[in-house]
Design a protein around this ligand. Structure first.
Ligand code: S3P
Length: 182
């Protein structure tokens, strides 16, 4: 970061579905005493419905508009420090990537395709993978398209396969400590 640039205020978790953004985000929030927010959760509260329902009734393009609007709100200059978990596809829009960088310290949580497939098959709340007869191919395709975008904005890249939640959260705090120094 250049001298004189405003300090990033948040820890922002990005990465594909099933890479642990919500679980690790909640743990970080507890450790730091910061509020935890999740862009998907905010959208569900604002619309009083579920992400799956939004995809079903209004389509993905509409969901992406809501997602971009929520991110814009989170980037308000007077917002408190937070742990921000994001939906896996948020990096698709260039303007979102700019805002994510402005929000703070960006951590890209990763896992191999097989692990993502196993984790995401345990629930059917993810409309991009639900009802898909070949989820593995879909995961591979989306991941290939998104990997350069995650990489472009990440300050830190972490594989979540082997480590437990506490170890990952401690690793993130250790590397983000300069951002939160008084
Ligand atoms: C999406 C990921 C989901 C949610 C929506 C679309 C994606 O969030 O935003 O189903 O495009 O990868 P999680 O990454 O939290 O599952």
């Amino acid at each position: 970061m250049n001298q004189g640039e405003a300090l990033p205020r948040n820890i922002v978790l990005i990465g594909f579905m099933g890479c642990g953004k919500t679980t690790i985000g909640k743990r970080l929030a507890r450790m730091l005493g910061y509020p935890f927010v999740d862009t998907d959760q905010i959208i569900e509260v604002k619309t009083s419905t579920t992400i799956a329902e939004i995809f079903e009734t209004r389509g993905e393009a509409y969901f992406r508009q809501l997602e971009a609007a929520v991110l814009q709100e989170l980037a308000a200059p007077d917002a408190p420090r937070r742990i921000v978990a994001t939906g896996g596809g948020i990096v698709g829009r260039r303007q979102n990537r700019i805002l994510l960088r402005q929000l703070g310290y960006v951590v890209w949580l990763q896992a191999p395709v097989a692990v993502i497939e196993a984790r995401t098959s345990r629930n059917s709340e993810r409309p991009l993978l639900a009802k898909n007869s070949k989820p593995r191919q879909k995961i591979e395709r989306l991941l290939a398209a998104r990997t350069p975008l995650y990489h472009e904005i990440a300050d830190l890249e972490l594989d979540t396969t082997e480590l437990d939640t506490k170890e990952i959260a401690c690793g993130i705090l250790e590397s983000a400590r300069y951002y939160f120094a008084p």
